[in-house]
Design a protein around this ligand. Sequence first.
Ligand code: NDP
Ligand code: 2IT
Length: 449
Amino acid sequence: MNEYLKKVLNGVREKNLYEPEYLQAVEEVLTSIEPVINQHPEYEKIALLERMIEPERIVIFRVPYVMDNGQTVVHRGYRVQFSSLIGPYKGGLRFHPSVNQSIIKFLGFEQIFKNALTGLPIGGGKGGSDFDPKGKSDDEIMRFCQSFMTELQRHIGQDIDIPAGDIGVGEREIGYLFGQYKRIKDIYEGGVLTGKGLSYGGSLVRKEATGFGLIYFMREMLAENKQSLAGKTVTISGAGNVAIYACQKALEYGANVVAMSDSKGCIYDKNGIDLNLIKQIKEVERGRIFEYLKKHPKAEYIECNGEVSPIWEIKTDIALPCATQNEVTLNAAKRLAENGAIAVGEGANMPCTKEAAEYLINNGILLAPSKAANAGGVAISAVEMSQNSMRYYLSFDEVDKKLNEIMTNIFKSCKSAANQYNLGNNYTAGANIAAFNKLAQAMIAQGIV
Ligand code: NDP
Ligand code: 2IT
């Protein structure tokens, strides 16, 4: 391995021993850009890689709130402002009990590359809390969001850092966060958060953008390899924002989606998933996916017993992991291959372990990498910001057309970087290289900062 890369990798391992997800994300990127680093020995003297992997700033704060029963609970809040190289810090907030510094840093690191691929002027950031919104009342969610924003407002702004949603943070949470920001700052700063409701500054298609974008990318990747979505069997993990709209667009393209899941188990409906019912259960009632059986008793519910979702056992042509990191393990990848899958599209961030991703690529299964394939959400967040600046709204079709163009361009960037370095259809390396080259140029232009 390249000596400079080896030195940087050893350094990052030593410094971040207890941050496995962050290490995984950094190692994945650095090892895949080796052909570029080999061509640029001058990067070592200016510590280009060391600067790229070190967050500009991390803010950690206390978030107390009072539950409905009167009990006060304290959570930990985070915002990692990773890189302002090509635009203000931009990235979502995740509310989930598993949130820790490693997870927020890995997400922030990935976000820099993803945002670079969109071609839009947005840097990288991520934040969140170990708060679990599940089972909480609306009042509890509101009080938590208000407390979270009371601290976060010191660090963000429409030209500084623009948070949005991620796991556990959707339109409801963004509304409460926005209201509290506006109250404290006493200013209507429309572009300070994205994923807003349509009545106060949100953009059409933002809700659908990540899922739709994933399918647009998949369409391009399949077409390049003489395939299409029509008539294909599809399984989708998760039943949240990304999964639901990936399902909707896959159905529009004539695919047959047979399974979706949540953290407790998966629904297998051979006749095709009833998406309206999934929306009702998840978006309206905030319920569990097994409730699907009440209306469709012939569908199968498979409970999740271990770490790995049973959904990857189901025979499928195309698998779309849209729940969380490392949900597709090496064993899951092997099962997908045995069952004849032709493609995997990463809707979630880093859903395949390193071993799983390598196995899929080495066994000829097309892999749409998360940094590229799920960039539609943040891309339309940037389009939401530009509408807020213009004080003007675009129509659904205008934004959707933009999303389609952006995803098509992202696929082209991944393909051409992969071609340039003779990497075949390793679009994962292609995405990393395309984004890295853009970031490296900007870093060199801006001097040692
Ligand atoms: P949601 O909160 O809307 O949905 C998350 C879904 O994933 C739920 O079905 C949830 O099940 C499941 N899930 C979450 N954590 C776990 C876990 N640890 N194990 C198993 N299942 C889990 O989130 P999103 O749809 O917004 O996000 C899904 C993924 O997509 C994340 O990786 C996120 O980072 C990524 N992403 C999101 C974007 C966006 O715009 N929202 C943009 C780009 C990427 P349960 O309800 O049981 O917890
Ligand atoms: O991972 C992601 O790209 C997101 N959660 C969306 C970020 C955003 O700012 O819209």
